[in-house]
Design a protein around this ligand. Sequence first.
Ligand SMILES: Nc1ncnc2c1ncn2[C@@H]1O[C@H](COP(=O)(O)OP(=O)(O)OP(=O)(O)O)[C@@H](O)[C@H]1O
Ligand SMILES: [Mg+2]
Length: 403
Amino acid sequence: ETEPALGWAYASFLQSLADDPSMDGAELAQAIVDSYIEQDGRIIGAVCQCRDITERKRMEEKLRISEARYRTLFSAIRYEVYSLDLNGRYGEANAAFHEVWGSCFGRTIEEVIKDPGPAQRLKDLAAQVVKTRTTAQTSFSFVRDRNTLSYIATLSPVLTEDDQLIGLVGVNIDVTEQVAMYDDLRNMSLRMAEIQEKERRRIARDIHDSLGQHLTALQYELAAVVNSFAGQGDPPAALINAETTIKELITLAQNICYDLRPSILDDFGLEVAIQDQLRKYQDKWNLDVSFSANGLDPIKGSSVETVLFRVTQEALTNIFKHAKARRVRIHVENQAGQVSLTIEDDGCGFNTAAAKATSGSAHHGLRNMEERVRLHGGRFSLMSEPGQGARLTAVLPVETNLS
Ligand SMILES: Nc1ncnc2c1ncn2[C@@H]1O[C@H](COP(=O)(O)OP(=O)(O)OP(=O)(O)O)[C@@H](O)[C@H]1O
Ligand SMILES: [Mg+2]
């Protein structure tokens, strides 16, 4: 009995919705009966309600599309991408990550990265990011299927809008190929540096043995001609001039040989070669020089020795050209697998940042020194300020010795 009335109420409710222009194209939740209208104990109608869920549906669809897009992107990235919670446990990771490390959800860094070295590096990196709340990077190598792979790992903090740290997100990039290329380039540069030194040594020897010998012979011959004038008045001025020129040429040839490759370095090693160089500078400028060396025997004849000699040579030339120093202190020490060289002067000092900015154009000395040291796996630093003198330090590992 009540059905027709309900049917009518429901139909007119739907009609009212259909007539409402603001409902055009709207998606509606199913209508529900809110309450019945009764008369004389009979139901004659009902109050229905129906919610407009167009907006919700639209948002859900948008969310579904953006979720799908994000998923596709996440799994398509060929770099390994993952998240870590603040207890150092993995959250989500993409396919590239799973391919290398297997499943990781809820596991700790040590449980996933089983190699203790890389695991510790990542843990340290995570601790650093948590502490500083800034992105940080590290590199590590590990063996997989008998191949050594090199990675660069980047970790970034995930911060909420009100700046709460809620986790970390990481990216691992496989740089094995780039590292191999860098190693090839480095080895090539090292070989070139070695070849250059050999070539310098050969040219210095050739100049000494051919040009030098001939000039010396010429000097004796001229001296004999000059002597032949004994008792017959003064020898011609041109002859005396020629004798002076020959003397100058001999000194010039000796200097060229010395700059190319002082034989004293090959014959007696770094300590004596530096002493010899300092003596020359001392004679020239009356410098107050202090030099000390420790344990250099094991590096004799090595490429490390050559690098340190070249650095000393350039540093002293710079002090001579630019510093107006009164005192120079040099210390070389071989200890715990590395050789360190310190050269200090009390001269006018300079702005190192400004010097770096102009280096490579007209000024090559500083850059060459730094490149030589780095190429051999070492560290180079230069501290100076105008009016404060300068202090140069080069530290090289002894095991990179190739020759
Ligand atoms: N010990 C020093 N004291 C004061 N200034 C220095 C010293 N060493 C370097 N400099 C400054 O740094 C600049 C760069 O030095 P760098 O050796 O690169 O070039 P350069 O000596 O001018 O030229 P190059 O070495 O190519 O012949 C110099 O021009 C000089 O101004
Ligand atoms: Mg220079």
